[in-house]
Design a protein around this ligand. Sequence first.
Ligand code: F6R
Length: 604
Amino acid sequence: MCGIVGAIGHPDAASVLYQALQRLEYRGYDSAGICIADGGALDARRAVGKLSALGEVLAKDPLPGMTGIGHTRWATHGKATLNNAHPIMAGAEVAVVHNGIIENHKILKAGLIERGHVFTSDTDTEVLTHLFAEAVASQPDLMSATKHVLGQIEGAYAFAVVAKAFPDQIAIARNASPLAVGLGEGANYIGSDAMAMGSMTRRIIFLKDGDYGVISRDDIELRSEDGTPAQREVVMASASPGLVSKDGYQHFMEKEIHEQPEAIAHTLAEITAADGGFNFELGDAAEMKGMVMLAAGTSHNAAMIGKYWMESLADLPVVTEIASEFRYRNPSVRHLDMAMGISQSGESLDTLMALRYAAEQGLKTLGLVNVAESTIARETDLQLLTRAGPEIGVASTKSFTAQLAVLLGLAAELGQKRGVLSADDAAKIHADLASLPRLMGAAMNSFDDIRPFISQLARAQSCLFLGRGMLYPLALEGALKLKELSYIHAEGYASGEMKHGPIALIEEGLPVIALLSNDEHLPKAVSNLMEAKARGAAVMVICTESTKEAVEDIDTIITVPDCDPLIAPILLSIPAQILSYLTAVHKGTDVDQPRNHAKSVTLE
Ligand code: F6R
């Protein structure tokens, strides 16, 4: 993952680089660093841990100068130590910030050591610094030096380099990891995404894979992979929200849970046409054979719920695939004509690569993303946007429910176009979706209802989430949220599957959280949870209001307002999120930046 930034020509480069890193901390927070090239001398400050640690170092020991690069790290090769923090330097000659993995780093390192280079970190990135040290000494200019280095490396990368020999330039390159250049007034900038440069400029050039180049304060020179000059479009990034604040909430996650009614309302506005119907242009829906949905983590759980809707409302065969598995198993796609990538960030490399593979197999690609300028949005044939706004908490909340709203709207639209749903049925779904902001607002009451049960859950070593039908993927999502935030081992199961083995896990007091709504699965789902209760499980039910009549002898029942079972997965997400949030707060874990995690996973 990692975030990289650069600035050239700004009177206080270190401070704009630090601001840009604040916007990229979602990409990793194991260490951070900035290197300034002031009149040719390279000087760096680095710190282990969150960006604020670097802030403290810079406050004591500032870095004046107009040219520099910066990095926030998610550790891959080498632990989160000061030596491994970027910028990685080769003496005082070269400094590099890098996002990605240099796959042939071992063989390159062996050669460099033979040629007398001394390594000071455990990172794969360090081979880049030494290769650049050699290249700037042997090549006539920084562009040729960059080309020379790129000829030797393999892997995924976005990097920026400052060199003592070329004090007024920064070298850049990208392959599979995102990189953008921002055009300023008398200054230019570099960032892993457009948001990083939001306070400096909105005029952005997104590099394509294989691009490399050199930027100075008044020029940007780019080359494509084959070395020919590359003309890349300058686009206006959407207005940056500035540094997003917590608005009085204790955590971003808490704020983002509360923002869901608004996020859904904005998303519904995006997918609603002027005549009140759905606003999707997917080509000939009636002729569609089938779709594969590609996603990771929470977005994959959304895909699984989307599959239920697509199949039941539109009679469209859908397969869901964990993106990181898809392209490595020669999947048969003859029965499909479309691949939908679902991603909050639009940058998850697994999802991007799976979509590229699907495109190579001749499938039309569709990106369902929250970040309009993301790589997935730019590379897919068609785009659907969620309008959840910036999601800063590492755990997805509002982007998940917004994805669900779009998926349900899309299923209804396809259902109508494919002759499966009547116009009235589709209008009813539209009305149900439109009721969500109000119902979600009411579901926020769960904060108070859930609070009394948190201390018990926080003591648990392990926990099960159960759901049937559309609520099975929500059980997976509930378990994912609990484990990533509170570090309690949690599993999600299809309720009916319990008796096929996992029921052996149930012992006295094991927390079992059952998700129920008034759908056709209810009687069987209730029986399954009674089977768990009979074996000593401490059962909590999260359900729609009228469903509670179907459960007996359950002490803890958390309800959300009644709704059509079709939208219940969206509404029931809220107590599931609140449960994990409050447990994490109770345990004192880092809610917004859980350990070992990052918001945007740009590595395979
Ligand atoms: C969990 C979580 C992750 C992401 C996953 C995919 O709360 O946030 O599992 O859902 O890394 O990220 P996107 O949706 O950005 O592709």
